[in-house]
Design a protein around this ligand. Structure first.
Ligand code: 4NP
Length: 158
């Protein structure tokens, strides 16, 4: 597989994108692909810079043997567009913000996560104001999406 650098982006960088980061890292390790994939996450908003992930995302990951408690929130920067091959927004609003921020010529690195991963034009909904069930659904959605993403990346040759 061609080495690839992936940045997951959501609004706050405490619920969806850090959980996606932890899940993809774990699935890549299970497939022996850890050295070919570097993964990070960031938010389009700056409210949670330096914060650990939301405790509900930490718990959802922990239930599946994944520790994301050491991750810290950060805001996406212009430098990220050159530093990553793929910048995947969790929802359409994230993608819109990323397109506004991207330096000229690097917009093609941006895509909607589930659209790139599985060809489905579908958002990963923001669970921040929802209950525990939303975080269970979030985990399942991210696991399925990251699994499809890995399959697509394994097929990628250029
Ligand atoms: P996330 O969820 O984008 O999945 O990290 C959110 C977390 C915090 C806020 C919004 C969304 N917030 O407004 O603080």
């Amino acid at each position: 597989m061609k080495p690839v650098r992936i940045l997951f982006v959501c609004l706050g960088n405490i619920c969806r994108s850090p959980l996606a980061e932890g899940v993809l890292r774990e699935l890549a390790a299970q497939k022996g692909l850890a050295s070919q994939i570097s993964v990070d996450s960031a938010g389009t908003g700056g409210w949670h810079i330096g914060d650990p992930p939301d405790r509900r995302s930490i718990e959802a990951a922990r239930r599946h043997g994944i520790d994301i408690s050491g991750l810290r929130g950060r805001k996406v920067s212009k430098a990220d567009f050159a530093a990553f091959d793929l910048i995947l927004g969790m929802d359409g609003e994230n993608v819109k913000t990323l397109r506004q921020l991207a330096p000229a010529g690097l917009e093609d690195r941006i895509d909607l996560f589930l659209s790139y991963a599985s060809g489905r034009d579908q958002d990963v909904p923001d669970p921040y104001y929802d209950g525990p069930e939303a975080f269970k659904r979030l985990y399942q959605m991210l696991e399925a999406g990251c699994s499809s993403l890995l399959e697509r990346l394994e097929e990628r040759t250029s």
